[in-house]
Design a binder for this molecule. Structure first.
Ligand code: CUA
Length: 151
């Protein structure tokens, strides 16, 4: 008698377990933006927003800056954003791991091929901000930089 109860209990547990696994897998499969944003590094130039990189105004107070990092620079090289607005930096790399580090700010992003990284930042002072690569990415690493103009 007891064996039968345990057998039923075991099957029930298994069914519940499999349902949870199934729901989790289903959920992840249907939420492309959930968790980690991935991108095919070879198709970066065809996928939004990297098919048209640069500064884009999303709404009254929000801008997105889409940039592609590759040895040894950032595309596009000219970035102009307004002061006091939320700037969402969206980056990916087409080759190796780089970083997007804006000097004297809290922005220090890892830029990984195959992944899309976002970071929101609001500049409180106009001026020119130096951007450097903090991840060793090859012979040109020390020259990898750009500038952001905040107006
Ligand atoms: Cu790119 Cu170091």
């Amino acid at each position: 008698k007891y064996e039968k109860i345990w057998l039923v209990f075991g099957i029930l547990s298994l069914v519940i377990f499999l349902s949870i696994v199934g729901i989790t897998a289903f959920g992840q499969g249907h939420t492309p933006a959930g968790g980690m944003d991935t991108i095919d590094p070879e198709k970066v130039s065809e996928i939004a927003p990297f098919d048209n990189p640069g500064v884009k105004q999303l709404d009254k107070n929000t801008y997105e800056v889409a940039l592609v990092a590759k040895a040894f620079g950032y595309e596009p090289s000219e970035i102009k954003v307004p002061v006091g607005k939320e700037i969402i930096f969206t980056l990916t790399s087409t080759d190796v791991v780089h970083s997007f580090t804006i000097k004297d700010t809290k922005v220090n992003m890892m830029v990984v091929p195959g992944r899309i990284t976002h970071k929101s930042y609001t500049f409180d002072k106009p001026g020119k901000y130096l951007v450097l690569c903090n991840e060793y990415c090859g012979t040109g690493h020390h020259f990898m930089s750009t500038e952001i103009e905040v107006y």
